[in-house]
Design a protein around this ligand. Structure first.
Ligand code: NAP
Ligand code: BGC
Ligand code: ZN
Length: 355
């Protein structure tokens, strides 16, 4: 079968031939429909994040998948069920994080991530998965099933961030999303659909005309260009944001987030930057945290509960948004277009089988 992989020592995806996998006991064989691409895939391809599977000279890419059960293999799934797989698996047998259903809270060494850290991903004509690492999706939504994983990322981040404000009467009205990539825009749409935020802002570094800026404005958000307006100078947003969601991977934004937060606000950091040394006024930031009851949470990955919440959330996002977000779905022979990282691309997916 065809698979899309990056080989050790190379920095671009290629189509390779691999044998169709056989499901082990407790596993299901899934015929892959579509697999989405995000910033992390580009980081894996460039070698900035992730790890090759031990003893293999390549990693099959892809962690945002949707497929159809083709061999339930004695599990509770039925042939024809549309399913979305979670990303993390235990490295050797199981461990406490997986047993608790919280693999997203496992530290380094206690997990692999399919398509990212030490395990092959879902970008192949078929993949296998433990039955309990799959969530169900309706056939009508199968074409958008590759959005469930990224939505689940924000479900987890929201849960953790909002839990940190649960000890008092918190009524957030303003939110700032840092980053106009696919994760930033999905998150802005989630915040906008909830109707509880009166003011929404989204930061990018693009000039008009740009499809992501159109989406921000259609969602009712105010676009901020970081080249003209650094976070600390955003009118109406500096020290006035109840919720900040960082999805740029730009390390200074972690510290800008503290300053952009209103008293009692919370920031969620999602980006995965490389090492970068720079100066910060640690005393001022420390004081801000304490005297204004601010909170920052880091958040990575998501568990089955977040995936189920994401399946429900998908129903609440407007059709026009989903249409504009997905700028292309490409065949296995169109890798250049599928992995394009230009300004006209927001979210793409590779289609392995037609729905
Ligand atoms: P992406 O498509 O690369 O989006 C990042 C966006 O941030 C891009 O649109 C980029 O703009 C913008 N940006 C970067 N630096 C900026 C700056 N200084 N000012 C303004 N805009 C800036 O990636 P993504 O898939 O949306 O993911 C976003 C980040 O979250 C990545 O770091 C990714 O690794 C991380 N992530 C984390 C998790 C998790 O579980 N924690 C899950 C998914 C993704 P340009 O395109 O114009 O350069
Ligand atoms: C994936 C997560 C993963 C994270 C860190 C993200 O792009 O969506 O599932 O945990 O990267 O590798
Ligand atoms: Zn991802």
């Amino acid at each position: 079968m065809n698979a899309i992989a990056v080989r050790r020592g190379e920095d671009e995806p290629v189509v390779i031939e691999k044998p169709r996998p056989e499901p082990d006991e407790g596993e299901v064989l899934v015929r892959t429909l579509r697999v989405g691409i995000d910033g992390t895939d580009h980081e894996v391809i460039s070698g900035g994040h992730g790890r090759f599977p031990n003893d293999d000279d390549h990693i099959v890419l892809g962690h945002e998948a949707v497929g159809v059960v083709t061999d339930p293999n004695g599990t509770e799934w039925e042939e024809g069920d549309v399913v979305v797989p979670t990303v993390r698996r235990p490295p050797n047998g199981t461990n406490q994080y997986f047993e608790r259903g919280e693999p997203d809270m496992a530290p380094d060494g206690e997990y692999v991530e399919r398509g990212i850290v030490g395990a092959h991903g879902f970008m192949s004509e078929y993949f296998t998965s433990p039955a309990d690492c799959l969530v169900s999706l309706s056939r009508e939504r199968a074409h958008l099933g590759f959005l469930v994983e990224p939505i689940s990322i924000s479900e987890k981040a929201f849960e953790h961030a909002f839990a940190s404000r649960s000890a008092f009467d918190w009524e957030p009205e303003s939110a700032l999303v840092l980053g106009n990539g696919s994760l930033g825009l999905i998150t802005l749409a989630m915040l906008s659909a909830g109707d509880s935020f009166e003011r929404l802002y989204c930061l990018g570094r693009r000039s008009r005309p740009d499809p992501s800026i159109d989406v921000i404005e259609e969602l009712g958000g105010t676009y901020i260009d970081s080249r003209e307006t650094p976070v600390a100078e955003i009118p109406g947003a500096y020290e006035d944001m109840d919720f900040v969601y960082e999805a740029t991977g730009y390390a200074k934004h972690a510290f800008d987030t503290i300053e952009a937060l209103a008293p009692n606000g919370v920031g969620a950091l999602l980006g995965v930057p490389g090492d970068w040394e720079f100066e910060v006024d640690g005393g001022r930031l420390h004081r801000e945290f304490v005297l204004h009851n601010k909170a920052l949470v880091g958040s990575v990955n998501s568990n089955v509960g977040h995936f189920r919440a994401a399946v429900d959330r998908l129903e609440t996002l407007p059709e026009w948004f989903l249409d504009e977000l997905v700028t292309g779905v490409y065949g296995v022979d169109e890798l250049d277009a599928a992995f394009a990282d230009d300004d006209s691309t927001i979210k793409t997916a590779v289609e392995f089988h037609r729905i």
